[in-house]
Each structure stands twice: as C-alpha cells, then as structure tokens.
Design a protein around this ligand. Structure first.
Ligand SMILES: Cc1cc2nc3c(=O)[nH]c(=O)nc-3n(C[C@H](O)[C@H](O)[C@H](O)COP(=O)(O)OP(=O)(O)OC[C@H]3O[C@@H](n4cnc5c(N)ncnc54)[C@H](O)[C@@H]3O)c2cc1C
Length: 401
C-alpha cells in the first residue's frame, strides 16, 4: 500500500495529538490535519480532577509544547466538530458542511460523561467533568464550601470527593454498589478506599442508587433524600462513536471495533484511545480502556500502522489515581471478584501492593504509596508470572521479576 499523502485525525485529545507527534517522529512528511471541537490546544485530562480541582495548578498539562504544531507542520483546526464521515469519498464533514479530505483517517474522539436519566434531571442540571471549563467551574463552586452530593463512587467520583473535602465542603457520595471502586478492585481493596474517604470526612450512601433530583438535592431509591447545593455526576462515560456508527463502521463494547493493529472495519480508518474496542492480543478478546496511558500508547502506535507496519498493540492497561495522601498505580487487567487477591504490606496504613492472580499467574498489580517497584511490577504483569503467593508477600520483587 502506498504511503498516505494526507492524514486527518479527528479528536484533539491525548490520543489524537499523540498520533500526530508520532507520525512526525517516524518521518511522515505528508499533510497532517488534527481536528478538534474544543478551542484549546490538546491537553491531558487527569489534572482536571486533581491538581486543577484542588487549586494546585492553573491549567492542565499540554500534550505538546505550544510551538509543536507550527514547527512540525501539524494543521491544527480547533473549534471544528466532525458530524459525518463519507468513507467512499474519503472525507470527514464538519458541522458547517466543510469536507476535510484524507487518504487515511484516525478517529480519536474520546468519551462524554454519562448523565442520569431520572426525574428532575433537566431542571437540576448536575455537573459533569470532562473539559478544562468543567473543572474550572467546579473548582469555583467548591471553594464556596457547598454541600456536595457526588453520584458514583468510581475513580472520578472518588477524586472529586477528595478535592471537595480539601476545599472544606460537606460531601456525600452515593452509589448503588456497596463499596467504592468495587468493580475494579474488589471488596477488600474497595474497603480501603471507603475507609480512606471516611477518615477524611466523606459521608457514604452506598448500596442505594439515585432515582430522582429534587430541589436542593437528590432522592434515593429507598425514598430518602440527600441534601446538596451541588450535585456532581461520576457515573461513567460514553464513547463518542456517532460519526463512526452513522458511517457504518463496526462497533463493539460500546466503542469502535479495531483489530490488534488499531484498524477499524474500513481499511482507510483507524481508531484509538477511549473509543477503540481493541482486539487485544494478550487477552484474546476486545478490550476498551478509558485511561491516559492507553490513549497515549495507542496514539503513538497507530502512527506505525498508518505508515504500513502491521504490529499489534500489546501494552497491558495502566492507570493511576491520587486521593488525599494516597497515590496508586494499577497495571494489568483482572477480575477482582473472581481472581485471587494477594496483599504485600499493610492495607490499614495504605502502604501496600495488591496482586490479582488467576491459576497462580499474576494478572494485575496495584502499588499504593509504594514507588520503588514499578519496573518489577510491570514485568510480573507483562509475563503473567507464576509466583507463589507467599513469595509475592515477602520476597524482593526485583528478584522475582
Ligand atoms: C477528569 C478526568 C480525570 C482523569 N484522570 C485519569 C487518571 O488519573 N489516570 C488515568 O489513567 N486516566 C485518567 N482519565 C482518563 C484519560 O484522561 C482518558 O482515558 C484519555 O484522556 C482519553 O483520551 P482520548 O484522546 O481518547 O479522548 P479525549 O481526551 O476525550 O479527547 C477526545 C477529543 O475529541 C474531541 N471530539 C469528540 N468528538 C469530536 C468530533 N466529532 N469532532 C471533533 N472533535 C471531537 C473531544 O472534544 C476531545 O477534545 C481521566 C479522565 C477524566 C475525564
């Protein structure tokens, strides 16, 4: 296949901007267009629920230095939203009807926060967190020390609760699941996060969902109400697959289906980041990962695919979070309800590493407030090492790796 002369990337978040950088790094010197509906140069999202919300930073980290786009001849078209893809004409058409033609197209449109379709939602206008504007507005509201209801005890909900407490707000977190982060971390490690937030003054309403918004708060499924001047939703995100779906690209796992090398069902089109339902060579199934490292890694990898390589993207998922004085990293992909949990260190003092094993092999590892073993943990997870639990608890991890 001839090398493309004109590559268009739709979505100017981390995945799209990383793809643009990697294309130039690999020597691609054809036309390169990066289209995004936001008006900011590409930036990273993690600070939006951490440093920016806490007031420790004024702006999120940029994906590239400001002069990158001009100096590397990346035609950055901001404030432009792609509405339709015309696959047979090789054109991405924006909401003004302008057609952006391409030889190869990369879709990197990310996700949009889910809302709660329950009575009163239209009037209550609960907040969500996805853009720098959302974060700046939420911080401005939090410094007023309102009573806050956070709906959803996942990563975003927990980080928002921690930031809200740091501003002195009264915070209640509601979730129909009985423990925060239980789906990812299981009951034992989920309880560590419940206790952490409790020690920092968060009130929990767990095991019961929100079934309506009422003036000054939310109503729960058990009929009780929780007061809140401010309601923040952290109930997950929906991949922005609209243009891809309307164009007839195959979808899976709620995202755009891509093969191991990140190609969609159309040979001219790739997809990366939050929207990509990736046929992961390590797991033998489709995996859609909504994390920073995946967006960057797939963005960089797709450059090779566009330029003719046929290499699978095989990195294991990785993510991180910071809440109060707890910092953590998670590597791999486990089923926390089914896999065997092995803990090294002390859960109570939040200074530990958790491993999840299946059939004696390490499927995932999470280090909490421990920062010396990253490489060893990466190796153990990468090779799914078979290590007896007792050794994981006590032996030197670098010796095991
Ligand atoms: C508040 C927050 C905190 C997070 N913290 C962490 C963390 O601590 N650790 C971690 O690992 N991950 C974290 N994540 C997740 C991580 O940031 C995302 O997985 C990653 O940013 C996804 O990158 P992306 O490029 O696929 O999507 P995005 O970053 O969402 O970028 C997609 C871009 O495409 C644009 N777009 C969408 N549709 C169109 C269209 N039709 N036309 C043009 N442009 C379009 C969007 O406006 C957006 O700018 C966090 C996410 C959020 C929201």
């Amino acid at each position: 296949m001839a090398e493309p002369q004109r590559i268009v990337i739709v979505g100017s978040g981390l995945a799209g901007a990383s793809a643009a950088g990697a294309l130039r790094d690999r020597g691609y010197d054809g036309e390169l267009v990066l289209i995004g509906r936001e008006t900011h140069r590409p930036y990273e999202l993690p600070a939006l629920s951490k440093e920016l919300l806490l007031g420790n930073a004024e702006s999120p980290h940029p994906v590239h230095e400001p002069d990158f786009y001009e100096s590397r001849a990346v035609d950055l078209r901001l404030g432009v939203e792609i509405a339709e893809l015309r696959l047979t004409d090789r054109a991405a058409v924006d909401t003004n009807g302008v057609a952006h033609s391409y030889d190869r197209l990369v879709l990197a449109t990310g996700s949009t926060p889910r809302t709660l379709p329950v009575p009163g939602a239209d009037r209550a206008r609960p907040r969500t967190l996805r853009t720098v504007e959302d974060s700046v507005a939420l911080r401005a509201a939090l410094v007023e020390r309102p009573e806050v209801v956070v709906v959803g005890a996942g990563w975003i909900g927990c980080e928002v609760a921690a930031a809200a407490r740091s501003h002195g707000a009264v915070v209640t977190v509601v979730d129909p699941v009985d423990l925060p982060l239980r789906r990812v971390l299981g009951p034992v490690v989920g309880a560590v996060f419940r206790d952490l937030h409790e020690r920092n003054g968060v009130r929990w309403r767990l095991g019961v969902g929100v079934d309506g918004f009422v003036p000054g708060g939310v109503r729960l499924a058990d009929g009780t109400e929780v007061r809140g001047d401010l309601v923040v939703l952290g109930v997950g995100a929906k991949p922005n697959t609209g243009p891809a779906e309307r164009a007839g690209l195959a979808v899976a796992e709620g995202g755009v289906a891509v093969d191991a090398a990140l190609r969609t069902s159309h040979p001219d089109v790739c997809a990366v980041g939050d929207i990509a339902a990736h046929d992961h060579p390590r797991y033998g199934r489709r995996v859609r990962v909504e994390h920073w490292a995946n967006a960057r890694g797939q963005g960089e990898h797709v450059a090779g695919t566009l330029l003719g390589a046929d290499e699978p993207y095989s990195a294991v998922p990785y993510f991180f979070s910071d809440q109060y004085d707890l910092g953590m990293e998670y590597r791999g992909l486990a089923d926390a309800e089914e896999d065997e949990l092995v803990v090294r260190g002390d859960l109570g003092s939040r200074d530990f590493t958790a491993f999840w094993l299946r059939e004696g092999r390490v499927r995932a590892a999470m280090n909490v407030n421990q920062w010396d073993d990253g490489e060893a943990l990466q190796h153990l997870v990468d090779v799914q090492a078979a290590v007896p639990p007792e050794q994981l608890r006590t032996a030197s991890l670098s010796d095991l790796a």
